[in-house]
Design a protein around this ligand. Structure first.
Ligand code: NCD
Length: 307
């Protein structure tokens, strides 16, 4: 039995296969309508979510399966003090696969150790968010036709942004990837990513504060929200929350073929005037999120691809 806790749980070849399956699903959706008939997905969400939870549910329903679950810790027995391990042992009796989001780093790993069904990490605190990364990879591959040889700018809250951590983990395995890490000093990338992932893999990267200066060299700009819920102090959040705002004026500095991605939700960091720019790809990204989750559910449940 396999889980998806970190993008590195899948080799580059397995991710390639998964993205190809997701792309086949995109183009032949009706063919997949019954491949998970009779299977159940449980969504265990201890933290707020719109896209991740609903895209998992939509994915399972589109495969012919059913869904059950909870969308806040308050409405589960966590409010009575139940441990994640006991909850997942229980859920293992009700469902065939589970997607879990939890505010504590490492919680999905803990759940997987007590689980008798595959566990998908749908975000564990400021740590990892592998299914967002699969979404990002599918988006980049579909728009750029490749996953190698490009400069990716990651902008905003690189400290607490788990989507950024997972994306870096996944992308360092492709050839000729360069990163420009654009963040205020307080929200720089954590040292374990800088040392153990970027430097250890000899990946070219630089850390800068200025978005305007970085714009002309980017193939992808990945914007992120300042992660309010992970701050200890409201004053710091207020001071940093609008540190970068992507607007039309900044987009003029970018290449014609640079794409803007964002895991969403957006707060102020991308002005709505950018939405009509053909390079704004963040709502396409949402659609790809359903296809990759369909492909992931099929892969973890070992469901055969229909002919
Ligand atoms: C992200 C998350 O939860 O980490 N959202 C998502 O799943 N698309 C990003 C965020 O909340 O900023």
């Amino acid at each position: 039995m396999r889980h998806m806790l970190n993008p590195l749980d899948f080799s580059v070849e397995e991710i390639d296969r998964l993205l190809s399956l997701a792309s086949d699903i995109e183009h032949n959706l009706p063919k997949y309508a019954h491949v998970c008939d009779g299977k159940k997905l449980a969504t265990l969400f201890y933290e707020p979510s719109t896209r991740t939870r609903l895209s998992f549910e939509s994915a399972m329903l589109s495969l012919g399966g059913s869904v059950l679950g909870f969308s806040s810790a308050d409405s589960s027995s966590a409010a009575k003090g139940e441990s994640v391990s006991d909850t997942i042992r229980t859920i293992s009796c009700y469902a065939d696969i589970a997607a879990m989001r939890h505010p504590k780093e490492g919680s999905a790993l803990v759940a997987s150790q007590a689980s008798s069904i595959p566990v998908i990490n749908a975000g564990d605190g400021g740590h990892q968010h592998p299914t967002q990364t699969l979404t990002d990879l599918m988006t980049i591959r579909s728009l750029n036709g490749k996953l190698n040889n490009m400069t990716i700018g990651l902008c905003g809250d690189l400290k607490f942004g788990r989507t950024v951590h997972s994306l870096i983990n996944a992308m360092v395995r492709y050839p000729d990837i360069r990163f420009v890490l654009i963040a205020p000093d307080e929200l720089r990338i954590p040292s374990y990513i800088r040392e153990d992932v970027l430097k250890a893999n000899k990946v070219e990267f630089k850390e800068v504060n200025n978005l305007d200066e970085a714009m002309p060299e980017l193939d992808i700009l990945y914007m992120t929200r300042v992660q309010k819920e992970r701050f200890f102090n409201e004053e710091d959040y207020i001071r940093l929350k609008d540190c970068y705002i992507l607007d039309k004026k900044k987009m003029k500095l970018a290449r014609e073929n640079m794409y803007v991605l964002h895991p969403l939700p957006r707060v102020n960091e991308i002005s709505t005037e950018v939405d009509s720019d053909p390079r704004a790809a963040y709502f396409k990204q949402v659609q790809y999120g359903v296809y990759v989750r369909m492909a992931l559910i099929m892969t973890l449940l070992e469901v055969e691809k229909p002919c």
